[in-house]
Design a binder for this molecule. Structure first.
Ligand SMILES: Nc1nc2c(ncn2[C@@H]2O[C@H](COP(=O)(O)OP(=O)(O)OP(=O)(O)O)[C@@H](O)[C@H]2O)c(=O)[nH]1
Ligand SMILES: [Mg+2]
Length: 302
């Protein structure tokens, strides 16, 4: 089983030293320890406005509170993170068509495979669409996953129109009466206007087959990029409205604090799943309490 605790160890290490400093100094939290904590929080990509609020909370607790620094921090952070949980899909829609997008190397193809594996485990019939026609390797990678997982893959030739593959995949999803269709797309930089346009075109193509499609537009974010991944997501969101986020590589990230900025930067877009490792089992639904617990507390119980 993947563990939140080990996945968040890098970010926790940054914060733990500073928080420990406060505890071991006893009741006397001086300016210096607060400053160290402030630096640590900023290094972990906790948004600056929130860092300011946390420091104020801690100072207040100093004067008239009795809670531990972890508890003070956890209380404030939990307000920012619980609303990020959300329902992935309307379970009554079948086939549900989900478009996965993101910048190069974020983990889209691997995540598509992990999602397919999860759905299959839950007894659902799955189809994959390989709309990364940009590189031959992109399609091959998904086909190989298809073989490993025993899931069919609809693909096109390298260089062919990604929108056509998406359309065909949705057509096949209806014909084969599957429950879920996951469409993997090519990695694209948010700064490339024509590639953003290609995404819009893909959405239009799906709508030609079925007005309600795509039922999910999920952006795959590399958590090791921290706040930068959110800046990219905002541009994607303007091109094609996102209905959910998937955070990959949380296990390699020391900047998990950017999660506390998601609600402000992308209001109403939930975090659906998180990648805690490279294995197919390592994609788990986002769980705010586990996240916070693993971020701030070394033991499993508060
Ligand atoms: N540690 C870790 N590695 C991950 C995770 N998700 C994906 N990876 C790794 O990230 C690398 C890139 O993954 P891909 O799925 O190929 O990324 P992609 O977004 O499809 O890449 P392009 O199609 O080239 O844009 C692979 O080595 C994956 O194993 C995760 O949650 N944790
Ligand atoms: Mg890929």
């Amino acid at each position: 089983m993947p563990s939140w605790k080990s996945a968040l160890s890098k970010t926790r290490t940054i914060l733990a030293g500073a928080i420990q400093g406060m505890v071991s100094d006893g009741q006397e939290v001086d300016e210096l320890t607060l400053e160290e904590l402030e630096v640590a929080l900023l290094r972990a990509d906790v948004p600056p406005r929130l860092v300011g609020e946390l420091i104020m909370d801690l100072e207040e607790n100093q004067i008239q509170g009795s809670r531990s620094p972890q508890e003070v921090i956890a209380d404030r952070l939990s307000q920012e993170i619980h609303q990020l949980e959300g329902e992935a899909l309307d379970q009554t829609v079948s086939p549900a068509c989900i478009l996965l997008l993101g910048v190069n190397g974020a983990g889209k193809t691997t995540t598509t495979a992990k999602l397919a594996w999860r759905a299959k485990e839950q007894g659902r019939k799955v189809l994959l669409g390989a709309a990364d026609t940009f590189r031959a390797a992109g399609t091959d990678q998904l086909r190989m996953w298809g073989e490993t997982l025993d899931v069919s893959v609809v693909s096109g030739r390298q260089g062919s129109d990604a929108s056509a593959v998406a359309f065909d995949a949705l057509e096949a999803a209806h014909a084969r009466e599957v429950d879920l269709l996951f469409i993997d797309t090519a990695g694209r930089m948010h700064t490339k206007g024509h590639l953003m346009e290609e995404l819009r075109k893909m959405v239009r193509a799906l709508k030609k087959r079925e007005e309600a499609a795509p039922h999910g537009v999920w952006m795959v974010l590399d958590a090791s990029l921290g706040q930068n991944s959110l800046n990219q997501a905002k541009v994607f969101h303007e091109a094609v409205p996102l209905t959910g986020l998937i955070l990959t590589k949380l296990d390699g990230s020391s900047k998990a604090g950017f999660l506390f900025n998601v609600q402000k930067e992308l209001p109403g877009v939930p975090v659906l799943f998180t990648g805690l490792g490279e294995q197919k089992e390592d994609l788990v639904p986002f769980d705010a309490s586990s996240f916070l617990q693993a971020l701030l507390f070394d033991s499993d119980e508060r």
